[in-house]
Write a protein that binds this ligand. Structure first.
Ligand SMILES: [Zn+2]
Length: 134
């Protein structure tokens, strides 16, 4: 199996994100196609998201580089990242969730998936466990 390298755009979006979380993302990307939509977030951007109702907390793990958002990427088949589309269908996020959890387990990096939250399920969101990574 060839190794899938994250494209430059995704690399740029992972700048400032904790190295262990980046390793989990890189490993999961080998089995499920996704793009990185957001990593480190400024307080101004977080406040904006809270105001929009897209986030409920100013205590977000994105502010400290402990969280990433991923989106399923349906490739058109030629492997070029420019061609394809983001998909928001829930079952696809179950796939990303499973791949991220497996990768995290293999690397012994405890993570939390927003898709497992009882209220305000957040399928694209993954963060390092607060106990292991305060
Ligand atoms: Zn998030």
């Amino acid at each position: 199996m060839s190794v899938v390298m994250l494209p430059p755009r995704d690399r740029a979006r992972l700048e400032g994100v904790h190295r262990d979380l980046v390793r989990v993302v890189e490993r999961a990307r080998q089995v499920v196609p996704f793009i990185v939509t957001e990593g480190l977030r400024t307080r101004a951007r977080q406040a904006e998201l809270v105001a929009l109702g897209a986030s409920r907390t100013m205590n977000s793990r994105h502010l400290t580089g402990h969280a990433v958002d991923l989106a399923y990427w349906l490739d058109d088949g030629d492997g070029a990242v420019e061609q394809g589309e983001v998909r928001w269908d829930w079952p696809l996020y179950e796939q990303i969730g499973a791949a991220m959890k497996r990768a995290a387990k293999e690397l012994t990096v405890p993570i939390v998936w927003g898709g497992d939250w009882a209220s305000f399920r957040d399928g694209p969101h993954f963060e390092l466990d607060r106990t292991a990574y305060p």
